[in-house]
Design a binder for this molecule. Structure first.
Ligand SMILES: [Zn+2]
Length: 278
């Protein structure tokens, strides 16, 4: 079966991606947000092997949702009253993503609310209504997928996210988990090693364009009796690294051997779209 294509609208995608990037790049000022993200999440979710909704999806979604609600405080009912159309940011975003909804004004009418005597709470109520009917979550998923698409190529950033997560995971013990989830941690508290699924291998191979992420050796043409590519956990399991696609990189056999259980910085070299001198 052919995988459906991801539709990218790029409606403020860079704005959200930039904030996710900034939070991860300099965690100190945002520590409170980061803490409330992982504290609000059940610990075992970090240990599930290779969920397709990766830890970056989850984190980006958390940030985007927070920002959408933060924006509500800046909306003035007066400005809406005086403008003909469009009204709320959420309506514009839904329209861009072709998610059908009657819109804020139609909803007001239906609820028999007169904009002139409405309070600021009515905007929150409208958003809550969109949550109940599902449009809000559809939008949130779409925005998150777009941000993931932009950021997944940035290995150094993914390493930062995984570094933060490893701190959370490192402090977990089997007693923090329900009995049926305890197999996800070894007795010594290290996440259990699991098989890297084929879809994750392919994604990493294509993302890293068949090149070792440490020494940049081209592995696509390497003929070897040993397996040429290694799917390496950037943050080793022994250091609280997790079985998540965002924690993987492609390494050649020699870098993989050299690395052992240490943490090697991932290369910041990327192949350009085309050569500038030929
Ligand atoms: Zn290498």
């Amino acid at each position: 079966m052919r995988e459906p294509l991801l539709r990218m609208e790029f409606f403020e995608t860079y704005y959200y991606a930039n904030i996710v990037h900034n939070v991860l790049n300099d965690t100190m000022p945002y520590l409170r947000n980061l803490n409330s993200w992982h504290e609000g999440r059940e610990a075992w979710l970090f240990l599930r092997p290779f969920p397709k909704w990766s830890v970056l999806h989850d984190f980006a979604q958390y940030i985007i949702e927070d920002l959408i609600y933060e924006r509500l405080q800046e909306v003035s009912l007066e400005a809406i009253e005086n403008s003909r159309w469009p009204s709320l940011w959420i309506d514009q975003a839904l329209a861009h993503h072709q998610i059908e909804t009657p819109g804020f004004r139609a909803w007001l009418k239906q609820e028999k609310i007169d904009l002139a005597d409405a309070s600021q709470d009515v905007i929150h109520d409208y958003h809550n209504e969109l949550r109940l009917t599902g449009e809000f979550d559809t939008l949130l998923t779409q925005l998150t997928n777009e941000v993931f698409y932009l950021l997944f190529g940035n290995r150094a950033l993914l390493a930062k996210l995984n570094s933060y997560v490893s701190g959370v995971v490192d402090s977990l013990t089997r007693n923090d988990l329900a009995i049926e989830e305890r197999h996800l941690l070894r007795k010594d508290g290290i996440p259990t090693r699991t098989h890297v699924p084929e879809w994750a291998r392919r994604a990493i191979y294509f993302r890293d364009r068949g090149m070792c992420a440490s020494c940049n050796t081209d592995l696509t043409g390497v003929i070897s009796i040993n397996k040429a590519e290694h799917y390496d956990h950037m943050f080793p399991l022994a250091a609280g690294g997790i079985n998540d696609i965002t924690n993987l990189q492609l390494l050649c056999a020699s870098c993989n051997l050299k690395k052992g259980r240490r943490m090697l910085p991932t290369s910041t070299n990327y192949q350009s779209w085309y050569a500038s001198d030929a």
